[in-house]
Unconditional design. Structure first.
Ligand SMILES: Cc1cc2nc3c(=O)[nH]c(=O)nc-3n(C[C@H](O)[C@H](O)[C@H](O)COP(=O)(O)OP(=O)(O)OC[C@H]3O[C@@H](n4cnc5c(N)ncnc54)[C@H](O)[C@@H]3O)c2cc1C
Length: 409
């Protein structure tokens, strides 16, 4: 095993995490990261936060070239991959280069969903560093920016635009921002926050038409037509499965992998935004969070280093809404009949919501109380029974629930 060469296709979060995790776990073979961007792996979440607002690069880069050199990790940038030749065990680049690969990790991420016919210089989406830098130049005082889609990314873009002095209007067909993912209370709190900070919201109404011209973009809803200088389309991503499809891997909503990250070809793995993994709690699911990408990469690294591991984490993520931190855990598994319990005051931007089922926590979301999520993670992992009353009662320390012997009714 130690002589094997691993090629990672896509040089993003999975690639950087896999390289580090493989070396930490004693994988001794060569590691080659092949990316199509002109730069090495970077913190993609910065693109809608600090990088977009300020252009700064503190903490942006994920791999230090000196570390790569010292650890025999080769990074090839601007090198799009065409496909894996599973017959010859090679990764074929579009420029005709063939790289020997005993093992392959497909980590091609995702690409923003586009609206057919909505394109041009004044239409933006953010996936790459180049996208973010291009958009930042448009976020200037006196300019009016439209954001189509009030999800995590759209709301972060709105906050960054406002921070740069631009006017912002967010369009979303849902009446409350983020309520579908984070619940009604936190959704209401985030919606109120954006309104209070000066983001104009056009919620609860679908966009029926978008017209682009050299001077700007017109967005039409049932409420009328509005003109903006630039429009950011933020309506989700699709997994970038092109390489996987050309390589003959089984692909559904992403590259299908088992709980160890293995695709339909035993020497080929996939992780991150592109991978639809077989989760022990949630079944087949594809998740677009950094922590999931990193942990899947680490689990695959363990397996490749000889200590088989499965990825079973309840999926954690965070988003920064202005200066307010929001986190979620286990939300992929919530059901309509779960019992919701609030601790503190999430509607006032200070509290946590828990989803309870059969006497245990299945999910949690918080505003500004990250420590509650850490405890919730252990309560979920260890399947410790808790009651709604305990969770709602702020005189009960959440940590103490980890050690309790009996749950009061
Ligand atoms: C603006 C933004 C903000 C985000 N904020 C958050 C956040 O706050 N919290 C959170 O949890 N998650 C956030 N995410 C999501 C997070 O960034 C992703 O989950 C994470 O990047 C997934 O890692 P990955 O390695 O699967 O994909 P990526 O990091 O996207 O890496 C994939 C790489 O593969 C390359 N590639 C694709 N095809 C080829 C090919 N044929 N050949 C070579 N290379 C190829 C791509 O260009 C890309 O560089 C955010 C994402 C974006 C875009």
């Amino acid at each position: 095993m130690s002589e094997q060469t691993l090629v990672v296709i896509g040089a993003g979060h999975v690639a950087a995490s896999a390289a580090r995790a493989l070396r930490r776990r004693g994988f001794a073979g060569a590691i080659v990261l092949v990316g199509d961007e002109p730069v090495g792996p970077y913190q993609r979440p910065h693109l809608s936060k600090e990088r977009l607002a300020t252009g700064g690069d503190a903490g942006l880069w994920l791999l230090d070239p000196a570390w790569c050199e010292a650890n025999d990790v080769t990074l090839r940038t601007s090198s799009p991959v065409d496909r894996i030749s599973t017959g010859t065990g090679e990764v074929l680049l579009t420029d005709g280069t063939a790289l020997r690969a005993d093992l392959v990790l497909v980590a091609t991420g995702g690409r923003p969903r586009q609206l057919p016919g909505v394109e041009g210089d004044r239409v933006h989406s953010i996936r790459s560093l180049a996208d973010s830098d291009r958009l930042r130049e448009r976020l200037l005082p006196g300019r009016r920016i439209g954001v189509l889609g009030g999800g995590f990314l759209g709301t972060e873009v709105a906050a960054a635009a406002l921070r740069r002095g631009a006017e912002v209007v967010v369009f979303d067909r849902d009446p409350v921002l983020l309520a579908r993912v984070l619940g009604a209370d936190i959704g209401a709190a985030v919606t109120g926050l954006h309104r209070q900070r000066g983001v104009e919201l056009r919620l609860g109404t679908a966009v029926t038409e978008i017209r682009t011209s050299a001077d700007g973009v017109t967005v039409v809803t049932a409420g009328g037509a509005e003109s903006v200088d630039d429009l950011v389309v933020s309506i989700g991503i699709e997994p970038d499965t092109d390489v996987a499809v050309r390589s003959g891997l089984v692909v559904g909503n992403g590259v299908e992998v088992d709980a160890q990250g293995r695709t339909s070809v035993p020497t080929v793995f996939a992780a991150g935004d592109v991978a639809a993994h077989d989760h022990p709690r949630y079944g087949r699911i594809r998740v677009e969070h950094v922590d999931v990408a990193q942990q899947q990469a680490a689990a695959i690294a363990s397996t490749l280093a000889g200590r088989p591991a499965t990825f079973a984490d309840p999926h954690w993520f965070w988003t920064d809404q202005f200066d307010i931190n929001v986190q979620g855990l286990g939300l992929a598994g919530i059901r309509a009949d779960d019992v919701l319990v609030s601790r503190g005051n999430p509607r006032a931007l200070d509290g946590t919501v828990f989803w309870l089922r059969d006497g245990g926590i299945v999910a949690a979301a918080t505003v500004e109380r990250g420590e509650d999520i850490s405890v919730a993670r252990e309560l979920i992992d260890l399947e410790i029974p808790v009651s709604a009353g305990q969770l709602a009662d702020e005189s009960v320390e959440l940590e103490d629930l980890l050690d309790q012997e009996e749950v009061p009714v």
